[in-house]
Design a protein around this ligand. Structure first.
Ligand code: ADP
Length: 455
């Protein structure tokens, strides 16, 4: 399978695993919320049950219920109208609420928890049975009648429910048949806890924090794994590129060498001093080329040993300029100041300048001009090498100093190289306490700037 497909598969699997983990976490957090809520309500119920089940509350409740029974009986017997029934039922409930509230308030001292919760006992359905004929005086779908405690709009939890029923009256009708009146109602006790949700979230604080940390940790792990995979992929690509580049680089000098050796064996050439001289020069050039390539590769994995010496840097630059030989380019220079003595490693500096001049030639068209300028700025000696070549896009400018990096686009790979020159130059400049930067515009040319501290 191709690396790109492997990466896509990895991303998809990680996303599925993450989604699965999210769902499990969500399910666990939800269940914990339910469990903690139930335990909390059960504990509250236990704490306030002495008040709710107290003889005082029982007596208020039975008074209200007795009044309700009578009222319902009157309604069933049609002694009162529906309107009267409703207004009286509300009055009975109001009286019950008032009495129970003043009792509950009197208990605040012993049960401070009562201040935070609102208790209510409500009747949810009233039925009346007269000789097996049912009258529904309050439907279960109607608004319940709160007979004790407080009315509240908040979410209430039912903590108990039950049925109250009793035979109210027996009487004989006109033909002496017995009429039996039977009363029945459903009621429930509810509590409304203020700030219920925030109290539960507060209790779950550490569970939530742990869940979030766990998820973040897994996301970080996936991200880290993905990044190291990408890194390894890049390294693998660089290694392949490097192998290709080095064989490409060695091909010409090695084949030129073998050609020169073959020619040396030919008697006719061997006897011709002029030809012999040319062949030896070619052999020397190619062996120098191979030597410089080997040096570059070796240096890329070596530490530099810096040997400082005080020298006139302007004189040194003039030497580099006069050594510059090219049939394809001209080198112009503007050197300032006229002389300057710097304590630096001139051998390493020469390697950097050679790399930059070589690149300026490689990456600019024939007959174009290369410039070498120098001046002092902010206690630093600045050397600039400019060309009018293909230039480097801003995106690539940060990468060209990486080991083995070569810009992949365009026809640059027709130009030989190992992607080591700038990497080495950067390392050298940093070990000399200076720096190397680039200023470039795609298609216009590049300027490499060396800064050397003047100490
Ligand atoms: P190389 O051996 O490939 O030249 P370098 O490390 O010297 O390696 O340069 C890295 C890459 O930076 C090159 O492959 C090239 O794409 C780009 N580069 C370097 N110098 C120049 C320049 N003067 N103009 C345009 N591109 C350049």
């Amino acid at each position: 399978m191709k690396r790109k497909n492997q990466l896509n598969l990895l991303i998809i699997s990680c996303t599925i695993i993450l989604l699965g983990l999210f769902s499990i976490q969500y399910y666990l957090v939800r269940n914990t919320y339910e469990l903690i809520s139930q335990t909390y309500i059960t504990n509250i119920k236990k704490e306030i049950s002495p008040v709710i089940d107290s003889p005082e509350m029982d007596s208020i409740e039975s008074q209200v219920v007795d009044e309700l029974k009578i009222l319902c009986l009157n309604r069933v017997k049609d002694s009162i109208t529906v309107k009267e029934f409703h207004s009286k039922i509300n009055k009975i409930a109001e009286r019950g609420r008032e009495k129970s509230q003043s009792y509950l308030k009197s208990q605040f001292k012993d049960y401070p928890l009562l201040k935070e919760i609102k208790i209510r006992i409500q009747v949810e359905q009233i039925l009346f049975e007269t000789n097996n004929i049912y009258d529904t005086l309050l439907k279960s779908t109607d608004k319940p009648i709160i007979i004790l405690g407080e009315t509240s709009n908040g979410k209430a939890f039912q903590i108990s429910s039950g049925i109250t029923q009793s035979s109210i009256e027996r009487e004989k009708d006109s033909i002496n048949a017995e009429i039996n009146y039977f009363y029945k109602h459903h009621q429930s006790t509810c509590i409304d806890i203020s700030n219920f949700q925030s109290k539960i979230w507060e209790k779950m604080k550490w569970i939530l924090i742990a869940a979030v940390i766990l998820i973040l940790f897994v996301i970080f792990l996936f991200f880290w794994m993905y990044r190291s995979l990408i890194k390894q992929k890049k390294i693998a690509e660089l290694k392949t590129d490097f192998a290709n580049n080095i064989s490409h680089e060695l091909k010409t000098p090695v084949s030129s060498l073998s050609l020169a050796i073959k020619s040396l064996k030919i008697e006719e050439i061997n006897q011709n001093p002029q030809k012999l001289k040319e062949l030896i020069a070619a052999l020397e050039r190619q062996s120098n080329r191979i030597q410089s390539l080997t040096e570059k590769v070796l240096e890329s994995s070596d530490e530099y040993k810096i040997q400082l010496q005080k020298m006139d840097i302007i004189l040194f630059l003039k030497g580099i300029i006069s050594d510059f030989k090219s049939d394809r380019h001209t080198l112009k220079s503007e050197l300032e100041p006229t002389n300057l003595f710097l304590n630096t490693d001139y051998y390493l500096l020469e390697r950097v300048l050679q790399n930059l001049l070589e690149n300026a030639q490689k990456y600019s068209p024939n007959a174009s001009e290369i410039k070498l300028k120098s001046h002092i700025y902010n206690s630093e000696f600045i050397v600039e090498i400019s060309d009018n070549g293909m230039g480097i896009s801003p995106k690539e400018q940060g990468k060209i100093f990486d080991k083995f990096y070569r810009i992949p686009e365009g026809n640059r790979h027709n130009i030989k190289g190992l992607g080591l020159g700038l990497f080495l130059s950067k390392n050298i400049m940093e070990s000399l306490g200076g720096s190397i930067t680039v200023n470039s515009k795609l298609g216009k040319g590049s300027t490499f700037i060396l800064k050397i501290p003047i100490i």
